[in-house]
Each structure stands twice: as structure tokens, then as C-alpha cells.
Design a protein around this ligand. Structure first.
Ligand SMILES: [Zn+2]
Ligand SMILES: [Zn+2]
Length: 165
């Protein structure tokens, strides 16, 4: 294992948070200033493809990396993006029965509002200490209003999505 790969591995394995590639890059650079972003991304691909780390794909957000390989699900807070491990048991048999198909696996992400965010107040317009988020949300809502419908549906630009291979 290269020094870089070892470092990336250690960063993910020393936290129970689910870091994004960007967060891993920032932490890696603190210890190895010469490391470049591409190295981090390439090594994360290698580590997940070889079953050393687990990649969690999140709809509408960046991938996260998990040191826990044992089957488990994730709770995602829609407000702060925090990811929490959750075990709901093996649903394969239930899914097989429901669908009548030979299901081989599944990925389950449950979205919720975490207790901390709930305590901060309800509603997206809450002013309780989340000015940045509120502002951002308002801006993107306005952007949608002004630009969202100007693009004709079905154009190649509209349909093309970012892929990461
Ligand atoms: Zn939250
Ligand atoms: Zn996890």
C-alpha cells in the first residue's frame, strides 16, 4: 500500500463520521501537504472497489465513505446532511416475497430531520442561527423561479447529468 493510500484509509477508519471525498482530501492534506485531489479520489475508488471501504451514494449530495463494511443502512438529515448508521435487519427475504424476484441486494437511505435540527426550530425559513443555510436556500429558490422554466424540456443540456464513471 502506498503512503497516500494508507493515510486515506486511516482517515476514514479513524472516524465514525461518513466523510465526503472532499473532506477526506482536506484532512489528508493536513498531514501530507503534497497530496493532490486526484490522488485522493483515485485511492478512494481503489479502496471501495477492493472492499476495504464502503461508498455510500446519496441522492442529491456527494458520495460518503464508510469504514463499516457490515450491512447497515443510513439515516440522512435533510437539513444538516448528517449521516447516521442504522440497522433495520435483513430485508432481502421480505423484498423477494413482495416482488417474486431473485433480489440479490439493496441500498437503503432513510431521510429524516435529526433531533438537533428539530430542536433548532421547524420550517425551512427558521431564523434560528442558520442564516447561511436559509440565505442559500432562498437564493436557490429564486434562481429556480427565474431560470427554472426558461429551458425547454428535453434538450440534451437539460438531460445531461454529471457522471463519475
Ligand atoms: Zn440535522
Ligand atoms: Zn455507515
Amino acid at each position: 500500500m502506498t503512503k497516500q493510500r494508507e493515510l486515506i484509509c486511516r482517515i476514514v477508519q479513524n472516524t465514525d463520521r461518513h466523510l465526503t471525498a472532499e473532506e477526506i482530501f482536506v484532512l489528508a492534506r493536513e498531514q501530507m501537504p503534497s497530496i493532490v485531489r486526484a490522488t485522493v479520489y483515485n485511492n478512494l475508488s481503489f479502496l471501495t472497489e477492493n472492499g476495504i471501504l464502503r461508498r455510500i451514494r446519496i441522492y442529491g449530495g456527494p458520495d460518503r465513505y464508510d469504514r463499516v463494511l457490515a450491512p447497515h443502512e443510513h439515516l440522512i438529515c435533510d437539513r444538516c446532511g448528517r449521516l447516521t448508521d442504522l440497522t433495520v435487519g435483513n430485508l432481502i427475504n421480505m423484498l423477494k416475497e413482495k416482488t417474486g424476484l431473485e433480489i440479490t441486494g439493496y441500498e437503503l437511505n432513510l431521510h429524516y430531520i435529526c433531533p438537533e435540527c428539530l430542536a433548532k426550530g421547524s420550517g425551512p425559513g427558521s431564523p434560528a442561527g442558520t442564516d447561511g443555510t436559509t440565505q442559500e436556500r432562498r437564493l436557490s429558490a429564486e434562481k429556480q423561479k427565474s431560470a427554472g422554466y426558461s429551458q425547454p424540456p428535453g434538450t440534451p443540456e437539460g438531460r445531461r447529468r454529471k457522471t463519475d464513471g
